[in-house]
Design a protein around this ligand. Structure first.
Ligand code: ARG
Length: 298
């Protein structure tokens, strides 16, 4: 290439967008056949606002079908009448290496879901651990590389962080949530690359996106130190549950309400796909809330 040609090459062509790899996932979902909002345990839930169960089912079905199109497996748990929040299966457990840590819900309204999830895990062959401490499963526990990021402040207790660490024999990093709108960790952090791998021949770090304002100063400092390459989302995108998304390492299913997150993802080589769960947002949940990862089933 001549000197002149080099000069005429726009500088942007030298910016490398990493190549991402989609990893196969196995998810547990629950059809929102009984969805409604008839109690309030988070600031999004207003029982006086009407809900449309058929719309909830239709929106949920799109997410379900998309996962299948992406080549993932989706298992289903039978929805229980009287438990309208059961659609949010992320709270149904936390599973690694064929072991399932069952939730102990903070609010009585959801406590009847735990035995149903425990039964499902047992029937599926998981080594099923009944907890002593209050915890809300993958809503507050996120596996990132080898470590567990664990949220507290609204639902899961600090004691559950110790317990989950003992159950799985992994390092747990506790993070304090401070904004009641982001009451579960999965509303404030999205895990983008949960596994270590290689990227363009070089080392790839497990990476996340997060909403800085959802955390106290100490937790923000931990996130900055551990994840210097993280995507920081805007308050606008955070406030519409933009982070409540599901990534397979390449495809990231996000809310169409998020306005800047999709471009941030594209810039990093991810493929954002929009799915609107507006009806389920009335219960204070989004894409990730409706998705529990079944890791290492036997
Ligand atoms: N209404 C449910 C609750 O307040 C929503 C749960 C959302 N789940 C989640 N993983 N963030 O418990």
């Amino acid at each position: 290439m001549s000197f002149e040609n080099t000069l005429s090459t726009p500088e942007t062509t030298t910016t490398t967008v990493p190549t991402r790899t989609a990893h196969h996932r196995r998810y547990l979902m629950c059809k929102p056949s009984h969805f409604t909002v008839n109690y309030s345990i988070n600031p999004w839930m207003e029982p006086s606002k009407p809900t449309d169960t058929a719309n909830a089912v239709a929106q949920w079905q799109k997410l379900h079908d998309l996962y299948l199109e992406l080549g993932h497996d989706v298992e289903l748990i039978e929805p229980l009448a009287g438990f309208p929040d059961m659609v949010y299966t992320a709270n149904g457990g936390f599973l690694i290496d064929g072991r399932a840590y069952v939730p102990k819900f903070r609010f009585v309204e959801r406590q009847g879901e735990s035995p149903a999830f425990a039964d499902w895990f047992r029937a599926a062959g998981y080594d099923t651990v009944i907890p002593e401490e209050v915890n809300e499963g993958e809503g507050d526990f996120l596996l990132v590389g080898d470590i567990i990021l664990a949220g507290t402040g609204f639902r899961s207790t600090g004691d559950s962080h110790r317990e989950v660490g003992e159950v799985f024999g992994r390092e747990v990093v506790s993070l304090n949530l401070v904004d009641p709108r982001f009451y579960h960790l999965d509303t404030a952090i999205a895990v983008l690359d949960p596994v270590q791998g290689t990227e363009n021949g070089g080392p790839e770090r497990a990476n996340i996106a997060y909403l800085p304002g959802a955390f106290d100063d100490a937790s923000r400092a931990i996130l900055e130190e551990r994840f210097p390459d993280a995507i920081l989302v805007s308050d606008e995108d955070g406030s519409v549950f933009g982070l409540n998304s599901a990534s397979d390492g390449y495809n990231v299913v996000i809310s169409p309400r998020a306005k800047g997150f999709d471009q941030q993802l594209r810039d990093r080589g991810y493929n954002p796909i929009m799915v609107d769960l507006s009806e389920l947002l009335l219960g204070g949940g989004g894409i990730k809330c409706c998705t529990l990862e079944l890791r290492g089933a036997k």
